[in-house]
Design a binder for this molecule. Sequence first.
Ligand code: AMP
Ligand code: MG
Length: 415
Amino acid sequence: MKRIIQIISGLEGYDPDALRVDKAREAMRACITPISDTEKVPVRAALGRVLAQGIVPDINVPSHDNSAMDGYALRFADIEKPLTEIGTALAGKPFSGAVGSGQCVRIMTGAVMPAGADTVVIQEVVKRDGNRITVPPGQKRAQNVRYAGEDLKIGAPVLTPGKYLRPAELGLISSLGIGEVQVKRKVRVAFFSTGDELASIGTRLKEGEVYDSNRYTLHGMLARLGVEIEDLGVVRDDPQALEAALRKAVKADAIITTGGVSVGEADFIRDLMAKLGEVLFWKIAMRPGRPMAFGRIGNAYLFGLPGNPVAVMVTFYQFVRDALLHLSGRQDDYAIPLLRATAAENLRKVPGRTEYQRGVLFRDGGEWKVRITGQQGSGVLRSMAEANCFVVLEHERGAVKAGESVSVQVMEGLA
Ligand code: AMP
Ligand code: MG
């Protein structure tokens, strides 16, 4: 296995003491090999999984030319003549005869186009007198007909390996009559919190303690990402305890720790991680979330996140999410979209780091605006809970004036 430092030091602009956000993300991707194990699952269970096979139709969808509307199927060449209705075509109950000259068939949406007919006229516009109909001018040849293979064509690949499977893909796969698909196995992630000051829920807080919240935000973020989770609890700031926890965690594909990577604390962790694997300690040019560790212990990738609760969430969304999706084998574009909105207030910012302020995106008339959720300290988790977006203030950017345009990342999508 190639050493991480060998891979990373080849990246242009790699500076571990002032690492730009995009460089850190690029470095992680470069070092992570996607998992290769696959499994076969029924279509429903494939939701949220990564496709590990190509999908090539062996039938056309739709399988026959059919009507897109309720109306009359006819020969366009006859459209100016009065026509005689000779039968009915329903979805699933085709008309068995053929439409001859001067004839038409009553047809419903999805019904197979009868032989001889090439055009459908919607029922609302025709004049009817018994079984005779007349069609007003202004129709077009082949209108309202859906052709065989118009959606999916025999032999033309529709999904490729690495595709993330959403409801639309489940529908597409089932429209081909496919009941099971090969997907990547789920990524397994183990995580724990470090800190002597941390108390677990259910115990009484002693002087100077805080309840551990990072394991709960991590649980939530990882669960939404669809990975398998192993929560290893709170680990004391103690080399032996930490070593034991890491040895347990290496069975996973990835390990996430929080706390203990800041300058004052990192020393024994650094030594320990160096002993167990290859871990790099970075200072990232970002706020919140400056210190971070990344590396490999055994076959597991390690993400050592800062301890502050907001920093954990920000570094997770900006790095770990991307790294885990890469690890999962996804090959579609899963970068979080950056949208533009107008700053509703002045924002403090200094050039030289990327900031992820917590914002509320709202509509003001026809315009999307964004304001900040009060105090932006990296320990103020309320700033996350009240937010519906990150305001992403780019590396070079300085202070922002109300009315300027800023980038935002929306926290929720279609669920
Ligand atoms: P550290 O990075 O370990 O120096 O921690 C930075 C700050 O985050 C300290 O104020 C910690 O008390 C706090 N912190 C660390 N881990 C957690 C946690 N799991 N839950 C809540 N706060 C934490
Ligand atoms: Mg700590």
